[in-house]
Design a protein around this ligand. Structure first.
Ligand code: C2O
Ligand code: CU
Ligand code: CU
Length: 505
């Protein structure tokens, strides 16, 4: 991690940086919204909520600079850009003053941000220095199934894996994380996650801020569950431990009682938000009630910059927004539980201190062209998400192994419309590898606004359903499969995963 400012240039000493000071950091809304398993909810309710005294203590004012993950730019030789990643163990302070055993890529917690350029050939040299097998999945990237980093790509401790492919994606924000069967929640919650920025030469990209860490700012959110001793919990058994704490981290920094500061040096700033949480939903907004200008969803630019009151991201999802900062602005994140937490809350996580003296041009009126699918002739399928206790299923099968999961078979060029039905009362986050999808309906209603963008991860509320449409382009294979699954990491590890085989037909 590097800081965006010199430590000597402390936010407290700068007159412009008062935005977050003195505010109550954390407002508990109470309630256990969204929890479906009764026994789990009851257990959570007995130990999770803060007492009034604890609440007051947590209101202490802390500040710190927003850490910015290092930028990993590849080295290019003979037309191939090579990135080197090492997954390894380490320690980090997930709770202030408490050392946790963690893991990271090229560091002790989280990973560097990779920059890929659309059209480039990339090679990733990945070393597994963990003590168990892992994979690195490129979440949201349109790559061959043998290079996708799904469970079939798992490689042993001490081993290496070197996927290579041409970046077909346009400008967007992706991320990378482990994906071996049964260990994704454990490895990702311990810190194995990083952002990927895809750049392209579109007019929209040219018009938007793109100076990493200066006016193009990554925000990696993680809502974790940790024992008071700092032991990160990631499964059903762990969540039933008493006395858990639920830290919220942004770029690895705890924002429970701290408003981080970003000292803007440009008026216009672009933020890329990634919800890397195992289960919780995050909603980002301005503390002053002003609008955010959203420019992208998971899978790239919206047709036009869109003013929104807030941005809601289910686990695994991303969004980009821009703010013209002429006065200090405080950003808030509202945490809504997707599983078990002691209570949902609102955190003033970032004070953006105005510092730019430039006057940016108006944002382009058009960012992208998105042709809406006419799904009349699309092949229809139904994907049902259900569970029996903690056995999580897709189309009736619990995908704990490659052999036990349901398999969807399709052919290259197929155009399909899927109804994703949540037959449970649990919250799910539906993620599809390989290709982006359009939303056709959300709980029976036609999408509007930013929901008209491209997605790879979308919320399916308990008892709800979404209809999505997609086209299987470019890649076919008869042994490697893509995955489709719930992105609540416990759920995928408990079997809510199916495979997708795209063959030549
Ligand atoms: Cu982000 Cu299949 O995963
Ligand atoms: Cu993925
Ligand atoms: Cu789920």
């Amino acid at each position: 991690m590097t800081q965006n400012t010199d430590p000597a240039d402390d936010a407290n000493k700068r007159p412009k940086s008062r935005g977050g000071k003195g505010l109550h950091r954390r407002k508990f809304l109470g309630g256990m919204a969204g929890i479906g398993l009764g026994a789990v909810a009851a257990a959570g309710a007995t130990f999770g909520l803060l007492t009034e005294a604890e609440r007051k203590a947590s209101a202490a004012t802390n500040t710190g600079a927003l850490p910015i993950p290092d930028l990993l730019e590849g080295t290019t030789t003979d037309g191939t850009t090579t990135f080197t990643l090492e997954a390894k163990g380490g320690t980090s302070e997930v709770l202030k003053g408490v050392t946790s055993t963690t893991a990271g890529y090229n560091g002790s917690f989280l990973g560097p941000t990779m920059k890929w350029t659309s059209g480039d050939k990339v090679l990733l040299n990945i070393t597994n220095s963990l003590t168990e097998e892992t994979t690195v999945h490129f979440h949201g990237a349109h790559v061959p199934p043998s290079m996708d980093g799904g469970p079939q790509n798992a490689f042993a401790a001490g081993g290496t894996w070197a996927p290579t492919f041409t970046v077909l994606d346009e400008a967007k924000t992706l991320w990378y994380h482990p994906h071996a069967l049964g260990t994704t929640a454990k490895q990702a919650t311990h810190g194995l996650a990083g952002m990927i920025i895809v750049e392209d030469d579109s007019p929209a990209s040219a018009a938007l801020p793109s100076d990493y860490g200066v006016d193009d700012i990554p925000l990696v959110f993680q809502c974790l569950a940790v024992s008071a001793a700092g032991d990160i919990k990631y499964d059903q058994t762990g969540y039933l431990t008493s006395g858990l704490k639920y830290p919220v981290l942004v770029n690895g920094a705890n924002v429970d009682d701290t408003t981080l500061t970003f000292n803007a040096t440009k008026t216009r700033n672009r933020f890329r938000a990634l919800n890397a949480s195992p289960s919780d939903i995050i909603t980002i907004k301005r503390s002053d009630g002003g609008k955010l200008t959203q420019i992208a969803t998971d899978q790239g630019y919206l047709t036009a910059p869109t003013g929104v009151d807030s941005i809601r991201l289910v686990a695994g999802a991303r969004a980009e927004f821009v703010m013209d900062v002429t006065d200090d602005v405080t950003l808030q994140v509202v945490i809504t539980t997707g599983w078990i937490r002691g209570g949902s809350g609102t955190y003033d996580f970032l004070s953006v201190a105005a510092g730019g003296s430039d006057t940016p041009d108006d944002l382009p009126g058009s960012l992208n062209t998105i042709e809406r699918y006419d799904t009349t002739d699309f092949t229809a399928r139904t994907i049902t998400l259900s569970n029996t206790g903690t056995s999580m299923k897709i189309n009736g099968s619990s995908g704990l192994t490659m052999a036990s999961m349901a398999m969807i078979s399709t052919t290259l060029g197929a155009k399909e419309i899927w109804t994703i039905t949540n037959a449970s009362q649990l919250e799910h986050s539906f993620h599809l590898h390989d290709v982006p999808y359009q939303l056709v309906s959300i709980n029976g209603a036609a999408p509007t606004g930013v929901d008209l963008g491209w997605f790879d991860t979308y919320e399916v509320v308990g008892g709800g359903s979404i209809k999505i449409a997609m086209e299987f382009t470019d890649f076919a294979d008869d042994s490697y499969m893509y995955m489709l699954h719930c992105h609540l990491l416990q759920h995928e590890d408990e079997g809510m995963m199916a495979s997708l085989m795209v063959t030549d037909g």
